[in-house]
Design a protein. Sequence first.
Length: 609
Amino acid sequence: MKTRNIILYFMGLLAICSCDDMFEPADENTRQEDAMYEESDYAHGLLIYGYDRLPYLTTTQTDIATDDAVTNLKSSSYLNMATGTWASDNNPMSQWDNCKDGIQYVNLFLKNVEKVKWSPSAASKQQMFIDRLKGEAFTLRAIFYYFLLQAHGGYADDGVLYGVPLLTAPEDGSSDYNQPRATFADCVKQCFADCDSAMALLPADYVDINNNDEIPVKYKELGANYSNYNLVFGGKAKNLISGKVAEAVKAQVALLAASPAFIEGSGVTSAEAAAICANVLNRIGGMEGFDPTGNIWYKNKQKLEPSAASEMPEILWREDRVKNAEQERDNFPPTLYGSGRVNPSQNLVDAFPMRNGRPITDPESGYDPKNPYVNRDPRLSDDILFNETTFRRSLIVTGRYPAINGDISETDDNINSISTSTRTGYYMLKLLRDDVSPQSSSLIEQYHIYPRIRYTEIFLAYAEAANDAWGPKADPTGIGFTAYDVIKAIRQRAGLATNEIGMPLAEGDVYLEECAKDKGEMTKLIRNERRIELCFENKRFWDLRRWMLPLNETVKGMQIDRDEETHTLTYTIIEVEDRVFDNSYQMYGPIPKGEMLKWSNLKQNKGWQ
């Protein structure tokens, strides 16, 4: 068992991974638990191992197992999963081993953190380090349980909604590993408790203070000065887990718990979830903190650079900056030296409304199937490269014909032309930088940031929960903004209900106003806006499941042909890939088969073997 190996070998692993002169090796090159009390670097390594197991993906992956995209990489485990191989012993979505390992490291750290000499020369610094590190650890544990619940929570044959085994203390050689699954509700309570504990210990943000008067009373009474406070809680700790991050994680857990797939057994109501999300948003002034360019944060090249004077207001928490060309190498079209791996679907393209805000299926939308990309939501051209788009000074033709000037033959960018061509007639643009060159002979790399949590995600979470609780325009608890307010801001930011030069239409966003009169229609609109705003950010698979929407929608594409005499284009929607999911039970992911074989007290989710 992987966790047992951690218990037996983590000391030796830390020794190997640390500096040679950090400590004298003990007998057999292992370390006893109490050795960390005198060696803070050694103890801190446990927490770092927890950070290393954060389960956030930094590239677009899981979307290719949904109706939003396919991939041309035939060996992809997500493609194989979506086309019929998903099983309890073949589950690329599993979080079991990674998150349980992370929990073990965190629990071991929490057991010992107060015994470690972090700063023995100053009582105030010692307590500040203990508080910050405990706050980080509590949040890490909540994150691991959140991902476990998302991937493995579900109903067993006895009709109970279960989570996963709930462990708040480290396992050791004497532990009983045959633990039953706790209820989903109890796991949620633990996540909430951990986030609350973290928020009580951590500052909302890590910023330097300028004088002793700004020091919290509990540290001032211990003799802290602002220089020492900044050492622990100042700007140098930026991008570690803060109080604001802990609060946002609590909001994510709350939305999951209040979703249709879990709400009956989670113990969390939509009203409670809305209030928790609102707490996060009120830290930035509610709607006043809504970033007017947040939907294209990945295009803000200046703030992607390490020299940026300030963080992006859209991003609540992010991965570290990396300078590379990996996303572009994977996803640029072949003629731009990419592999075209993530191919957006026609299903997703059809989800983008017209510029007037109406869905393309609405008779009043003005949609023309003979010119399907005209007068569309501006987010479509931001996120998806469609036929005859000019990108990096190149005309990208995804249809089955040469470039318009006729000077060249069929290009590798054409649909199904070569193994790295698009299968759907579309290439992904979101998250990519147009100033990167993945060509090996003239490689140009640039900085990238991948958000772990965006404020837009929390705004959408609030809108979803508030609409479910009270309806589109109600605010019975005085939060200060409504589901309607959020969706209106998101659509205005996108440039909907405007003319071609971005000026507001005289009649306004009529479709939004129509939806705001009906809770059910508003639910559909909120879900569609979430689909668009968070596309290619590994959210869609989990959203479909928690909403209990069909997983097996056939993925479609667009085949485009051209009459060589008139140059008239013909658009034909094609079926690209069947999704082989069983909606009767695969809304809930499995407990790994290997765990079921080892531990008799575990109960499998209904339908899985």
